[in-house]
Write a protein that binds this ligand. Structure first.
Ligand SMILES: C[S@@+](CC[C@H](N)C(=O)[O-])C[C@H]1O[C@@H](n2cnc3c(N)ncnc32)[C@H](O)[C@@H]1O
Length: 284
């Protein structure tokens, strides 16, 4: 049996990896993330049979194939859950969607929502569930949810919309039974009781790969609601500010932007937003 080679991460390798992570994902790693970097990248370095992190960095820098994707996927944190930070979904149901409904009822009846940094899709499915419950006669509306992430593996889970039953522990059973169907999913070769989002929910969402750092974004139309939650925390202040300006350009006055619980826009008025709730903003 081959012994596992201990990989050392030198100061210069750590610094090169930090730079590469920043230039490919916008994520800023502090010096405290050294062990995390080692833990996340060492399996891939070994899998590729490379002798050091330095060789791995060189490979990613010169990669013409899929290695940059592996690199990005290895460093992102994909933690998410159904109805995480539920106050935003309450606000969506009680204020945001009723306002959009009234505004668009006698015009184009169009609604566009974007879950930016959607991870494995739970946030987008919650948006679809709330959208269906808050807009009467939704089938007569041109309503779409775009959900994007840079992690292709997460997106493939998201597209299937299948989650283990224990992912719904904190979700009211009525919401689960109305919007999900029981399926068996193979997890490590074992049939595992799971639930799949019903077709009418899945049909509302398009999952696409998008690196928020890339420019320009391919979307043309404006968004009535943007959820970009628990993504900003990985970015530095300048990157956060740049993203907020880009979001502002994708939204007309009266539209809404929700960030994660520890993410705030400094001086929202300066960039065209006003605070309307806990980390919830309206475009002015
Ligand atoms: C912690 S998850 C947040 C998921 C969900 N929004 C929530 O609040 O539960 C952060 C997600 O942001 C994605 N992400 C990080 N940097 C990104 C970038 N530059 N472009 C697109 N997505 C990115 C990660 O892949 C990850 O899935």
């Amino acid at each position: 049996m081959n012994a596992i080679v201990q990989l050392e991460l030198s100061d210069s390798e750590f610094s090169d990896i930090k730079e590469l992570v920043f230039s490919t994902t916008g994520i800023t790693l502090s010096d405290a993330k050294r062990e995390l970097v080692k833990r996340r990248f060492a399996p891939r370095v070994r899998e590729l049979g490379l002798p050091s992190f330095k060789d791995y960095v060189r490979l990613v820098q010169t990669d013409k194939g899929d290695e940059v994707n592996h690199f990005c996927n290895a460093i992102t944190t994909n933690l998410t859950s159904f109805f995480r930070e539920n106050h935003h979904f309450d606000l969506l149901k009680s204020e945001i969607l009723p306002a959009i409904y009234q505004r668009n009822l006698d015009s184009e009846r169009r609604i566009r929502i974007w879950s930016a940094g959607c991870s494995t899709g739970q946030e987008a499915y919650c948006l679809a569930i709330i959208l269906r419950s808050a807009i009467p006669g939704l089938e007569n509306w041109d309503a779409r949810i775009l959900a994007t992430d840079l992690d292709e593996k997460c997106l493939s889970t998201a597209r299937q919309g299948i989650y283990r039953e224990d992912a719904f522990e904190k979700t009211p059973s009525k919401i689960v039974s109305e919007n999900f169907s029981k399926v068996d999913q193979l997890v490590k070769g074992q049939a595992t009781p799971s639930l799949q989002a019903k077709l009418e929910i899945r049909k509302l969402i398009t999952f696409n790969k998008l690196n928020l750092m890339h420019s320009p974004w391919p979307m043309k139309g404006k968004f009535d609601v943007i959820f970009c939650r628990n993504v900003f925390i990985y970015f530095n202040k300048a990157t956060q500010a740049e993203l907020v300006s880009r979001y502002a350009r994708m939204q007309d006055p009266g539209s809404f932007l929700c960030l994660g619980h520890s993410e705030v826009i400094q001086d929202p008025e300066k960039v065209g937003y006003k605070l309307i709730g806990k980390t919830a903003y309206q475009r002015v």
